[in-house]
Design a protein around this ligand. Structure first.
Ligand SMILES: Nc1ncnc2c1ncn2[C@@H]1O[C@H](COP(=O)(O)OP(=O)(O)OP(=O)(O)O)[C@@H](O)[C@H]1O
Length: 574
């Protein structure tokens, strides 16, 4: 620990209603008086320690600070102007040289840890601090031990003191990651940086980026070149690689910062097309969405609860039992697509209906016939030799050194993107569940996540399906080594069940108080700390993590490395 910087003067408790309005939440805040000198260096996010009743040091994090001068405290408008000016001239001069009458009021909040100062060890807990006690600043080494993992390349530098921030990416990925910030704060830059670091440090990881804004082809360009990879587009490209590369480039915006690399991009894209790294993926139009066994069970259940004559209901229950037996026997899940195996079942149910002496005009017969004609009209065999979602799922799960590691799946049409997201995730999860091995690990990246897991799925086409798939991935994915990184502009628009599954949050400017309050409540962090995110510049982030990215759950403000700079370096153009 370094020498004392000041003394604890006051403890305040702030209480407010929770963001859902159902209860209240309180935060403690401390006021520390620090003597002012022109050399004094303070920054938001710095960690302090103060002696507590339990004998250990209580850790606090700075959320704000304000210089004060004794002469200004009672300098009200009732004092003649001439005297006010004279006092203020004096005070202004004092900031340059320091004065015993000036000090800095530092506001800090407890971060939920106590420190044994002799061994520099930390444990979770809270113990009330003694008022008027000396407050210390943590040494650089102690701070590093608190917030930095030893593994992986740095993600950036801590704001204020420049410590390199290294996080435990493997653990962060395992427990799912969220990136939340107002548009233009650097979300896609950070997401790309995280993908880059994850591929670099986790040798057994594959990454699948679902891209509706068509940004990641450029943001991860060097990574696509470096690793075996696939960029999958729903656009049919011309057969000639030169033409195809021109067309493909037209579909993508090369950011201004990389304008000088436009030619290099075009020529290399042509190579990627020749190597089949960039290729067309067949996506059935939404009208061709195929019925799953889950849909069929729902349909039969729907028939049972409809106004059917009582005489038909036992037959429908028999149909459910037979369906259940068929699924068990064939190890089918509710996400598997219905196929010709259902035909036999329909014959049996028809037989039961006949034996029950139901009238020929009974609606159950038209239900069975409807299902038969659906089965004969859908071609559930692969439509063609095209690369499709099934092939993608197979490649994602392929555990071989030569199989692709990075996939960018482009679909700018939101409804289609939801279809792709839900089908890819379901296909990968179902296949993985039937496998003996949980290798490789897979990270699914969902940018603009509000489109896939919206708060309200009722109004949006296909969003119920994508929301269900992503929620399942977030809940069950970890045991199958399937993980997720989601990014969005507004937390309020997202499905809250999904948010609770994320253990690591990167937050930049979130202008709406509700969004900040939601994060505060999820991680029990003070509003005052989250309010500081309003002052963050592009590329600056607050990292909060629960038992994952950092050794202890201490919120860290940092400046992320610039993804574009790394891209340039990798392309040898710096
Ligand atoms: N860490 C960083 N260092 C330097 N510049 C950065 C950093 N992060 C982002 N920028 C710059 O800020 C700009 C916006 O970044 P980015 O496109 O990632 O924001 P965004 O939040 O994804 O925006 P949008 O929501 O509009 O897509 C880019 O020009 C990028 O170069």
């Amino acid at each position: 620990m370094e020498g004392p910087i000041g003394r604890l003067r006051e403890v305040r408790v702030v209480t407010r209603p929770t963001s859902d309005g159902r209860g209240t939440i309180s935060f403690r805040s401390f006021v520390i008086e620090v003597p002012y000198t022109p050399e004094l260096k303070l920054s938001v996010g710095r960690v302090l320690a103060v002696k507590s009743m339990g004998g250990e040091m209580l850790l606090l994090e700075i959320v704000d600070f304000l210089p004060l001068h004794y002469s200004m405290i009672n300098l009200e408008g009732s004092i003649p102007k001439e005297i006010r000016d004279e006092v203020m001239d004096e005070v202004e001069r004092s900031w340059e040289k320091g004065s015993p009458e000036s000090w800095v009021e530092v506001y800090a909040v407890p971060v939920g840890y106590l420190m044994d100062s002799s061994k520099v060890t930390f444990r979770r807990g809270y113990s009330p601090p003694f008022p008027a006690s000396a407050v210390y600043q943590l040494s650089r080494e102690a701070y590093q031990r608190l917030v930095c993992s030893s593994s992986s390349e740095p993600l950036g530098r801590v704001l204020g003191d420049g410590v390199e921030l290294r996080i435990d990416l493997e653990k962060a990925v395992r427990y799912h990651v969220g990136v939340f910030a107002f548009t233009g704060s650097g979300k896609s830059n950070l997401v790309s940086l995280l993908v880059r670091r994850a591929l670099g440090t986790m040798r057994n990881l594959k990454v699948v980026v679902f891209d509706i804004s068509m940004e990641y082809f450029t943001l991860l360009f060097d990574q696509l070149v470096r690793y075996n990879s696939r960029v999958l587009t729903a656009e049919r490209l011309p057969p000639s690689p030169v033409e195809a590369s021109r067309r493909f480039m037209r579909l993508h915006v090369v950011p201004e910062e990389l304008d000088d690399l436009r030619d290099k991009f075009r020529v290399t894209t042509q190579r990627l097309i020749e190597e089949e790294k960039v290729r067309y993926m067949y996506v059935p139009s939404s009208s061709q969405v195929l019925m799953t066994y889950g849909d069929l069970v729902d349909l039969v259940n729907g028939q049972i609860s409809d106004n059917y004559a009582a005489s038909q209901k036992p037959v429908l229950f028999t149909m459910l039992q037979k369906l259940d037996a068929l699924m068990r026997e064939n190890k089918l899940s509710k996400d598997d697509i219905v196929d010709e195996r259902v035909n036999g079942l329909l014959d049996e149910v028809e037989e039961v209906a006949n034996r029950s002496k139901l009238r020929e005009t009974s609606s159950i017969f038209s239900f069975i016939n409807g299902l038969r004609s659906y089965l004969s009209s859908t071609n559930v065999e692969p439509v063609s030799e095209d690369y499709d979602i099934e092939k993608l799922a197979i490649e994602i799960l392929e555990d071989s050194e030569v199989s692709p590691r990075l996939f960018v799946v482009e679909s700018p049409k939101v409804e289609e993107a939801r279809f792709v997201v839900s089908n890819v995730i379901n296909e990968v999860m179902n296949r993985r569940k039937k496998m003996f091995s949980a290798s490789p690990s897979v990270l699914f990246v969902l940018d603009e996540a509000q489109e896939f897991i919206p708060f309200d799925t009722r109004q949006k086409n296909m969003s119920e399906k994508s929301s269900e798939a992503v929620e399942k991935l977030l809940r069950q994915g970890r045991k199958y080594h399937l993980h997720s990184l989601i990014s969005s502009q507004r937390l309020a628009y997202l499905n809250t069940n999904a948010l609770q599954q994320l253990h690591t949050y990167f937050i930049s400017t979130l202008p709406r108080p509700y969004d900040r309050q939601l994060v505060g409540e999820t991680f029990a962090i003070s509003d005052a700390l989250l309010d500081r995110t309003l002052e963050l510049e592009t590329g600056e982030w607050l990292l909060v993590s629960f038992k994952s990215a950092t050794p202890y759950d201490i919120p860290v403000f940092f400046r992320a490395e610039n993804n574009f700079a790394e891209l340039r370096r990798a392309l040898g153009t710096t």
